[in-house]
Structures are given as C-alpha cells and as structure tokens.
Design a protein around this ligand. Sequence first.
Ligand SMILES: Nc1nc2c(c(=O)[nH]1)N[C@H]1C(S)=C(S)[C@@H](COP(=O)(O)O)O[C@H]1N2
Ligand SMILES: [Mo]
Length: 543
Amino acid sequence: MTDHEQHLRQRLGSTRLNLTRLTLGAVSGLLAGFASLAVAELVSAAVRPQAGPIVAVGGAAIDRTPAAVKDWAIRHFGTNDKLFLQLGILAVLALFALFLGCVALRFRRAGAAGVLLFGAVGAVAATSRPDSTGLSDALPSVAGALVGAAVLYVLVGRLTPRAPATEPAASPPETPPPGAGWDRRGFVLAATAAAAASAGAGALGRTLNGSSGRDAVASRNDLTLPRPASAAPAVPKGAQLRIPGVSPFTTPNGDFYRVDTALVVPKVDATTWKLRIHGTGVRRPLTLTFDDLLRRELIERDITLTCVSNEVGGPYVGNARWIGVRLADLLAECGVRPPSKGGPADQLVARSVDGMTIGSPVDDVMDGRDALLAIGMNGEPLPFTHGFPVRMVVPGLYGFVSACKWIKDIELTTFDSYDPYWVKRGWARRAPIKTESRIDTPKPFARPKTGTVMVAGVAWAQHRGIDKVEVRVDDGPWQRARLAAEDTRDTWRQWSLPWQATKGGHTLTVRATDRTGELQTEKRTHTIPDGASGWHSVVVTVD
Ligand SMILES: Nc1nc2c(c(=O)[nH]1)N[C@H]1C(S)=C(S)[C@@H](COP(=O)(O)O)O[C@H]1N2
Ligand SMILES: [Mo]
C-alpha cells in the first residue's frame, strides 16, 4: 500500500467517524429535546396543563401573530389552526435540538446551556400568559430544561473519545473502525434509557393532562338544565327546506364552528365558577355563582352566531338554541344605565378565564335584544369547547365583539379608555354582523346534469332579519328565490331556487336584502377589520 493510499484510507475512516459522531450528536440533541418536552408535560400535569412550554409559547405566538396571519390561519386551517401551530413549534424545536446536539460535540457545556436557554424562554412565556397563576407556571419548562440539558451532557460525553491513544497516525490504518475511541456501548445504553424514560414520562403526563379538569367534567355531567321560564317557540316547520346539501337550520353542537385562541380548552368547574360585574356606573357591583344564575329566570332563544373571520361563502356561521339569563336585566339590577339613557359606560368588556377580553356596546346589549349569558346550547349544557359553564351571546354582533366563552368578569367601561384583545390587534371596536348570503348547493365546481337543479343556501342579517334573496345565473336577470319560513330576526334563513340548467359552464351568484331594506353590498372587503362583504358566487359545469 502506498503512502498515498494509506493516507486516503485514514481520511476516509475519520470522515466516516466524523459523520457518525455528527449524526449521533444530532440524535443526542433530539433525545434531549424529547426528554425536555416529556418531563415538562409530566410536570405540567402537576401544575396546570396550560403551563407546558408548547402551550405557553404557542399562546404567546398566537397573541403576537399579526391579525392578517391569524385570519389567514383561521381561514385555511379552520379549527385545525392550533394543531398546525403546535406542529410548527415542534418542527422549529427539533431543528434547534439537532443543532444543539452538534454544537455539544465540540462544546459540551454550551450545548447543555442552549437547552437551558430554551427552558428559560418557555418559563418566561408560561409565567407571562394572561391566565398565568404565578411562578409555579415556570416549573414545567425549568424541570424539562434541566433534564434535557443533563441528557445532552451525558449522551455527548459518551461520544467523546476517552483516550487520545487512538491518534490515527499512531495506529495502523486497518484498525480504526468508525466510532472507535468512544463509548459506543455506553452511548447506546444511555440513549435507549433516555428515550424509554422520556417516552414513559411523556405518556404519563399526557394521560394525566388528559384527565385533568375532572371536577369540571363532573360539574357538567351533574348539571340538568332547568326548564326555561320563556321557552323558544318550536322552529317553524317551513324553516328547514328539504333540499339535500343545505346547511341544517339548527347546527348540531358537534358540527358548530369553533374559533378561539385557547390551545388547551379551559375546563371550568361550574360549582366554583363566579362572575363579577363591576366598573364605571355600576352602582351595585355583583358577584354571581352558577347556582345564582340557575335560580334566575332563564330564557331560550334561537340565535345565529357568525365569526368576523368568515369569508364570503365561508363556514364560520352556525345557528343554535341557547338557554341563558338576559344580560340586560342583570345589568339593570346592578344599576347600569346605557349611554342612551345617560349612563357613563358605553363599552361592556367581558373577560374569560383564559385571559380573552371582548368588548360590546352597552347600548346594543341593553336595547331589548336577547343578549344572553348562555348556559345551554341545543338542549345540553354548553360544550367545553363552546364556553362551559357560561358564555355571552348577543344577536347581531360578530363573535369577537360579543360572544365571550368561559366568561368570568364583566367590566363596564368606555371605548375611549380600553381596547380589548382583538381591537389591540387591528380589528374594529364595533362590528355589527353584515348582511350576507351563501350558496350551499350546488358546491363549487359541481357537475350537475341538465334540467332542474336546486340552488339553495342560507342568508343572515341577525337582528334585522332577511327580507329577500335573489339569485343570478351568469349575467342574467336577478331571480327571486323562495324563502324558507322565518324563525326569528336573530336567525339565518334558508332559501332555494329551481334552475333550469343548460349545458356548459355557469356562474351562480346570490345576494340578500335585510328587513331594513338594505341590499347586501357587492363591494368585496377583507375580513379585517369588521367582516367580509360581497356576493357569493359558485361556478359549476352542467353536463
Ligand atoms: N374566551 C374566548 N371567547 C371567545 C373567543 C376566544 O378566542 N376566547 N373567540 C370569539 C370569537 S372570535 C368567536 S367568532 C366566537 C366563536 O364561538 P364558538 O367557538 O362557540 O363558535 O367566540 C368568541 N369568544
Ligand atoms: Mo370570530
């Protein structure tokens, strides 16, 4: 073997060795990251599920996400937006873990310190969340980081050559197989142990977190909704058209859209729940328990909810039968007068247990409409995802300015002196729901056969009511659709039009007129700041 060959073989061997070490370093980083998250998960089960680093950092990210991006995420990922956010955070963490693992090969302490730095970020995020309950929220991140740093330090230690004896120059070229000089067996053992322990801790944490909020679940199971003093009349038979593809008049709870910033659904125990009503012009501040609410006069109403992030033709609108207490009565008992009657507060700010703030005009809440503190949804206690035990529902206002879920506090104030959560992020202070209509069937790009095709959908203009719906085929004349029976002015209304479909591509467009005589505007606007407008169109090809 020539010198040159020998040199090459050595080089090859050490490159392979370097690659192996690099890979194993990266693996160590990943394992350290995994151990951190697993331990954090386990400790968060002892503290609060919301104190876990992913939830805390995710929550902080949600709060700092520009309104446009958040709106985009809601529109594209819908209720899965939070899943994608968490997967995104995990991906970023994995990249950093890989990087730290490689750094640690060279600088063992620096790698471990890097893990601690991530723990610090998680701890700061957790303790500065609006729903944080104190310094204990830092524990999951801190414990996770300490364990993660230790795992990295130990694992990388096994990858470090034990003795300088295996200087390549001193040994014959045949001998150094990749990986020689370091504690291969020790590494495999330590890595396996770390992985197994982490998986166990993580799984245990998951299970414990999954069963957290047992008192809340029990309080919901134990709740039988009282019979409302003022029941909603039965939905008129004619309100539900018998046309396949039209959204059901009443949206089942399981299908009801969900939009909120909560990465972990708050589980509130109704037996310890309290609502405080206070603020400017509240002459008799009040704190209510759930039993206090149950003892009050309950009313039942059909109200259609709409999200401001709903694009023209979008899915974030649903109709339910709510049971609750009239908010206006409660406010009047507290001595609140609306500004139209000389009261000093024009904004009602609702606060939730998860730190959300939602502001509504006091005049709207007290103008006689059925603004509710709702406890029931379609015959059952509110689902946890929809605000158990109590949420607000105000007919005619988008959810972000009215429908506070998991409510715990109502403060009377002014629009001038306080901007709630969404307003701070560029959304409007006042946002009545815009008159809108949607084609539910045929679906976009459907291929119906020539002949009679039923065009049908829903239209809404909560608290004003729908007076007329018209449909246009291509650039043809507007044709009046048949309106389903009206339930109330606070609910959406179905409509239909039989269309004699002819072969080829066609565009169907719908528009509604509300009971104030106002025609749904053709002008397209973004969802930000106060809701999308424009006409909904569907393109189909008739075969
Ligand atoms: N606590 C809390 N309440 C909230 C929100 C939220 O993020 N947190 N989002 C609001 C928005 S934007 C809407 S549209 C409605 C949606 O109610 P739903 O999820 O029951 O459909 O809840 C409102 N109430
Ligand atoms: Mo919303």
